[in-house]
Design a protein around this ligand. Structure first.
Ligand SMILES: Cc1ncc(COP(=O)(O)O)c(CN[C@@H](CS)C(=O)O)c1O
Length: 399
């Protein structure tokens, strides 16, 4: 059976060009870059080039740092724990601001710090699923150590006003971190234009390998390492460098920037084609306006159809989607994002996320469009809660 992959916000295929540059560092040039002999020294040029690609990809200046780590989860933990060690435990701060829709790598790390006595403000989202910069400004106190707000949400694709939030934090002397995992390769990320202090990303979200990520640190801002035990990454992240992974991530970053125009035009066109087909069916809503969303993502709520039931039925036809973030896919809880925007609880159990990539083809989208009415119709026919097409789904009234 031909399979169609529409879960790219969970992870992406490694671009063949990325795999090609990685391969030699597994079986030919496999030395430890910290070794003094030729096996170590011969890998250094590739690491230097990869670092240049990462700096160029987010327009970082030479004075800034980018540390290569294992993933965005590690990067998010590193930033938040650094704020705790440096500004809260040893300083006079005791407050962190984040949003109620962050990835668990931010949300759960903040909850862990609450268990250590740190005060955390979890900002709400509006019915579009977006955090307001006014709410960030209002939440800042003299004791605020850090604000951490994601650039784009992994379930809805909604893009947050990061430039305004970054300036609001800078003007009030608050360090600002953004989780840019769902932004790299989908929108322009330029740290000269957007004054973030920290920024995290994961290679496997933009057609690089799993198990490698990056943490950008603006010159002059504090960083207490999470991992100790060696001078790797200038002592900011100990552990033998994942040479092949770093080389692959560098190439993936270069290709992500190179293909941004295609993503914004062509991937968006295919996403909109799928979204239009979904909205032509009764009792379906999509979270957030397209103009405020990453070009590849749809979070749809399909009345009368449990999200899990739809993903299993589509899976039987070889189509891979998710009910939301992969890390929450085992949970049968209501989709927290759909709950957060104020939709009714029935809708919150019917969320399905479609996320495309530059490798998604028109033929694949056409096949999914042809199949959806049958799959949704069958599930509604056997549903005990869905009788006939209800009133056209309305987004919840603004609170
Ligand atoms: C915004 C955001 N922030 C951090 C992560 C974690 O990335 P790692 O490489 O696993 O560390 C993710 C990964 N979100 C996947 C898996 S849970 C999803 O299905 O939405 C993310 O989307």
């Amino acid at each position: 059976m031909e399979r169609i992959y529409l879960d790219n916000n969970a992870t992406t295929i490694v671009d063949p060009k990325v795999f090609q540059v990685m391969e030699p560092y597994f079986v030919q040039m496999y030395g430890n870059p910290n070794s003094l002999h030729s096996f170590g020294s011969e890998v250094k040029p590739a690491l230097a080039q990869a670092m240049e690609q990462l700096y160029a990809g987010i327009n970082a200046s030479d004075e800034d740092d980018i540390i290569v780590n294992s993933c965005a989860t590690e990067g998010n933990n590193t930033v938040i724990m650094s704020a705790y060690y440096d500004l809260i435990r040893n300083g006079d701060k005791n407050h962190i601001i984040t949003s109620s829709v962050e990835h668990p790598a931010v949300g759960e790390t903040c909850r862990f710090l609450e268990s250590l006595g740190v005060e955390v403000t979890y900002l709400p989202v509006n019915q579009e699923g977006i955090v307001s910069v006014e709410d960030v400004k209002a939440a800042i106190t003299p004791r605020t150590a850090l604000a951490s707000i994601m650039w784009a949400n992994n379930e809805t694709g909604m893009i947050f006003p990061i430039k305004e939030i970054a300036y609001a934090c800078r003007n009030r002397g608050v360090l600002f971190h953004t989780d840019a995992v769902q932004a790299i390769g989908k929108l322009q990320v330029n740290v000269q234009d957007v004054p973030v202090d920290y920024l995290t990303f994961s290679a496997h979200k933009f057609h690089g390998p799993k198990g490698v990520g990056g943490l950008y640190i603006r010159e002059g801002v504090p960083m207490v390492p999470l991992l100790h035990g060696g001078e790797h990454m200038g002592g900011l992240r100990s552990g033998t460098v994942n040479v092949a992974g770093m080389v692959g991530m560098g190439m993936a970053m270069e290709l992500a920037v190179e293909n941004l125009g295609y993503e914004i035009r062509e991937v968006r066109r295919l996403r909109d084609k799928l979204e239009d087909a979904l909205l032509a069916l009764p009792d379906i809503i999509v979270v957030g306006s397209r103009s405020q969303r990453t070009p590849n993502t749809i979070l749809a709520s399909i009345r009368g159809v449990e999200g899990e039931a739809l993903i299993w039925d589509l899976n039987r036809h070889g189509i891979a989607v998710s009910t939301g973030s992969a890390c929450a896919s085992e949970s049968l809880e209501a989709n927290p994002i759909i709950s957060a925007i104020g939709a009714d609880k029935d809708l919150a159990h019917t969320g399905v996320r479609f996320s495309l990539s530059r490798f998604t083809t028109e033929q694949e989208i056409d096949k999914v469009i042809a199949l959806l009415p049958k799959v949704i119709g069958r599930l509604r026919d056997i549903s005990s809660t869905y009788a006939t097409p209800g009133p056209a789904c309305q987004m919840p009234e603004p609170q």
